[in-house]
Design a protein around this ligand. Structure first.
Ligand code: NAI
Length: 362
């Protein structure tokens, strides 16, 4: 493990979609690791074990963030951590707690804004052995990560009244929709659905919708459809197999991500990535799960799969695929599964199963 060192020479493709590109220096791969808080340290520890067993050597540069950092650093997201990600460009992050209605601002929102990680990418795919109503789900939620109601612009003009600004800018709207189309193009996807509430939020979502229509014109070979967000929720629950790539603003994307995670087996399985032009931070969709923290019960699969996305991003595609295959085998076999998956196991037993089910490298 590394606490700090010289640059590894890693490289993130500065094109609008950096997925699938990345490191060229495979001899020494340094990735920032933020254990986070709550179940974060437990699932990051398990994930490191699986990544190591998969046969790739990552020099983890451990960086602090989380509620516990307030006491030691005076800040839940020390500038030092942001600097490490700026330097090494890629990070794997455990969840971090945000106090409700008081205390510090969301670490996640600060991180995404501070590094301009404008695109949240959350693949939602049916997995074997998981008992859910649908077995052929294969969609990607692309969420704008820096604006909307999460811009954090709230104030109280008079006592008893609070205003939260919902910020939508044309450049940010265009770049997230273009990101979604580029993702669709690169992955051979056929349709991009833009999700909005422009009938009510006429100015903000009206601007976003116009930007989406304009960008869609650049991709005549990919279908484009417009979906009202309330209708989308109903359609997703009725039949998620009808959807391909979904793109939307920040708050809608936050809610839809959890909904979609539920459709394929829950938060313990759903991976994610936050991508910018220069940096990328990979993390599970789930939070710090304070109700089970410290008990060894957390399911690490969502973070393990986020790590697989990270490995793919830095050019370690074969390793990423082996980890994904192990996840599938583990779920199918059903031994050692955690309680959220209907099993009686714990973090240790499921991690052992993931390692056992890794195919040897060729
Ligand atoms: P949560 O995702 O932490 O938990 C929701 C439910 O899912 C809980 O019952 C929990 O036990 C279960 N769960 C979540 N992940 C699991 C896992 N890996 N294995 C087994 N069960 C799991 O959402 P909640 O309770 O709304 O948020 C808790 C804290 O996490 C809050 O402070 C919130 O702000 C923060 N949060 C942080 C995120 C991040 O760092 N990216 C994302 C979402 C929430």
């Amino acid at each position: 493990m590394i606490l700090e060192g010289e640059d590894s020479g890693c490289f993130i493709d500065p094109s609008p979609v950096a997925m699938g590109s990345g490191f060229h220096d495979t001899a020494s791969m340094r990735v920032v690791l933020i254990p986070g808080d709550g179940i974060g340290p437990e699932v990051t520890h398990a994930t490191r074990q699986v990544v190591a067993a998969a046969g790739v050597h990552i020099d983890w540069v451990v960086a602090p963030a989380g509620a516990d950092c307030v006491a030691s650093y005076g800040d839940p997201l020390p500038e030092y951590t942001l600097d490490l990600i700026r330097k090494h460009r890629v990070a794997l992050k455990g969840p971090c707690t945000t106090p409700v209605g008081k205390g510090f601002r969301s670490i996640n929102v600060r991180l995404r804004k501070g590094l301009d990680l404008y695109a949240s990418v959350r693949p939602i795919v049916s997995l074997p052995g998981v008992k859910v109503p649908f077995s052929n789900v294969d969609l990607i939620v692309v969420r704008e990560n820096t604006e909307g109601l999460y811009a954090g612009l709230e104030h109280s003009p008079v006592p008893g009244v609070v205003e939260s600004l919902r910020v939508i800018t044309r450049p940010a709207a265009e770049r997230i929709v273009r990101f979604a189309f580029e993702l669709a193009r690169r992955h051979g996807r056929r349709r991009v659905s833009f999700c909005h509430k422009a009938d009510v939020l006429r100015l903000s979502d009206g601007l976003f919708l116009n930007a989406a229509r304009q960008v869609a014109d650049e991709y005549p070979f990919i279908d484009f459809e417009e979906r009202r967000i309330d209708n989308l929720c109903m359609e997703l629950v009725l039949d998620p197999c009808n959807f391909d790539v979904l793109v939307m603003e920040n708050l809608f994307g936050d809610v839809i991500s959890d909904l979609c995670a539920g459709l394929v087996g829950g938060l313990g399985l759903a991976p994610g990535a936050n991508i910018g032009a220069r940096h990328a931070v990979f993390e599970a969709v789930h939070g710090s799960a304070p109700d089970i923290a410290g008990q060894g019960l957390a399911n690490p699969i969502a973070l393990v799969r986020s790590a697989a996305m990270m490995l793919d991003h830095i050019g370690q595609t074969a390793v990423a695929q082996r980890i994904e295959a192990s996840v599938r085998r583990t779920l199918e076999a059903g031994a050692g599964l955690t309680r959220d998956l209907g099993g009686t196991g714990n973090t240790r037993t499921i991690t052992d199963a993931l390692i056992r089910n890794l195919e040897p490298a060729r």
